[in-house]
Design a protein around this ligand. Structure first.
Ligand code: NDP
Length: 466
């Protein structure tokens, strides 16, 4: 039996699709799954007639691979990844490569990289974005870990990635967990944009009285302009989809409680740890949590229609608000990336390059931000922030109108509102942090800087503490 090129461990949604993708790119693929039945079903089903071999014993799976071996893990993030690595490591040789393609925390990838390096195993933590379809046809891939292993994988496994204008959406983001760091920030941005789209949907349907199908048509129209993106396109499709059993829009039959697997929260934690402000990403994570408090809801009156508002004008205001919030979600994410880039040693523009195709947050805005960052000399992130912030001024009146109308209608818009106050803070000549500094000094003697003198100062604020 000839040896196979690559092994895929884990045949869930992503593992199956990626194994098929790799085979289509000309690689011989070995597959293994903890639950044997799943392997059997795959081999007898979607993998039938392809150069994909299934194994029911891990050792046979490992021994079927050419050396140095390359094994891709697509298993549930967290302890399962450690358990699987522990089971595999004794069967591997020095120089073999382990890729964790699940949504692992970057700090876990830092640790696994170091532990495996001490055993001579080359570890790559790889953020993969694009969902099932991306995994099957071409995802965006964010690599971190052993550079020599990346250089080899780029031309083999990298063949399975999406391509944007002749450029493969595959990038290297530094040692250890660099790739997973970038993927987590990607997911944070994804949370923020999805929340903003959901707020626009709420406004269009509950607020303006559009049907879900009509809201889907609005999204389709928006998706032809500045908001062109995978997520707006996805929203336009799901909003119009009719449930075949009931004849009703399926989206209206779905329980309004958002679930999460943790990557959004990790993005917010990263922002907090790195001292970066990302309020729209935080608002999106928070709002998912808030949606689960269903028993506390339905205590207020339902929104009323507002007299004298033309739907056309309100729809345009919603589009402006969504565009501004989406752009600021990217800029906040780029701020976190920029801070992380100093640890891992990558360029923010490289993340935007690999996000232009294949991934969930691909969009016209990403393409434009990449063009801008890659052309700007010096401090590209600061340049991009500045020029984009000024561009936001034009959408301001629609953005404010949307918030005003939505608030009058009692429709919550935390992502859009947080983006507005982020923007207003960045464009303000003065913020009231002077009062915060004064109160801190008043109760805790924390000192403050003055605008008219050098150094730190303290006042007794007219009190005498005896
Ligand atoms: P699924 O839930 O479809 O599959 C999970 C896989 O993990 C199964 O093969 C399961 O095996 C295996 N597994 C779970 N626990 C263990 C364990 N203790 N030991 C060995 N194997 C275990 O997940 P997905 O394919 O959706 O996701 C896989 C990874 O990819 C996750 O980290 C996910 O976050 C990430 N990801 C998912 C995306 C998506 O859109 N679905 C997109 C990008 C990344 P068994 O069949 O035996 O239960």
């Amino acid at each position: 039996m000839s040896l196979l090129d690559v092994g895929v461990y884990g045949l869930g949604v992503m593992g199956e699709a990626f194994a098929l993708n790799l085979e289509r790119r000309g690689l011989g693929v070995a597959v293994y799954n903890r639950t044997v039945e799943r392997t059997r079903q795959f081999i007898q089903g979607r993998a039938r007639g392809r150069k994909i071999q299934g194994f029911t014993e891990v050792r046979d799976f490992v021994n079927s691979l050419s050396r140095p071996r390359t094994i891709i893990l697509f298993v549930k993030a967290g302890k399962p990844v450690d358990d699987v690595i522990e089971g595999l490591v004794g069967m591997l040789d020095r120089g073999d490569v382990l890729l964790d393609c699940g949504n692992s925390h970057y700090k876990d990838s830092d640790r696994r990289f170091t532990e495996l390096a001490s055993k001579g195993i080359r570890f790559l933590g790889v953020g993969v974005s694009g969902g099932e379809e991306g995994a099957l046809r071409g995802p965006s891939m964010m690599f971190g870990g052993d550079y020599s292993a990346y250089a080899e994988a780029e031309s083999t496994i990298g063949r399975a990635a999406a391509v944007f204008e002749d450029s493969r959406c595959v990038g290297y983001f530094g040692e250890g967990g660099g790739g997973h760091f970038v993927k987590i920030i990607h997911n944070g941005i994804e949370y923020a944009i999805m929340e903003a789209i959901a707020e626009a949907y709420d406004f269009l349907t509950r607020g303006l009285g559009l049907s879900s199908g009509e809201a889907g048509e609005v999204f389709e129209e928006w998706g032809r302009g500045e908001l062109r993106s995978f997520l707006v396109e996805a929203a336009s499709k799901v909003a119009r989809h009719i449930d075949s059993e009931t004849g009703r829009p399926l989206v209206e039959l779905i329980v309004d409680e958002a679930e999460q697997k943790g990557t959004g929260r990790w993005a917010v934690e990263a922002a907090l740890e790195l001292g970066v402000s990302a309020p729209t990403i935080a608002a999106a994570v928070d709002q998912r949590t808030l949606t689960t408090l269903r028993s506390l809801r339905r205590i207020g009156p339902m929104p009323e229609r507002i007299e004298g508002v033309r739907n056309g004008e309100a729809v345009e205001a919603a589009r402006d608000a969504l565009w501004a919030t989406t752009l600021l979600s990217y800029l906040q994410g780029m701020g976190i990336l920029d801070a992380g880039a100093r640890t891992y040693g990558f360029k923010v523009a490289e993340a935007l390059r690999v996000w232009r195709a294949g991934c969930i947050i691909r969009s016209k805005i990403v393409e434009e931000l990449y063009r801008e960052l890659s052309n700007a000399p010096g401090e590209p992130l600061a340049v991009s922030l500045k020029s984009n912030l000024y561009g936001l001024e034009e959408s301001m009146s629609g953005w404010l109108r949307f918030i005003s109308l939505a608030s009058t209608l009692k429709i919550p818009t935390p992502a859009v509102m947080s983006a507005l106050s982020y923007y207003l803070s960045l464009r303000a000549e003065k913020l009231p942090a002077n009062l915060i500094q004064a109160i801190r000094d008043y109760f805790g003697g924390h000192m403050f800087k003055r605008v008219d003198r050098e150094g730190y100062h303290h006042s007794d604020w007219g009190r005498r503490l005896e």
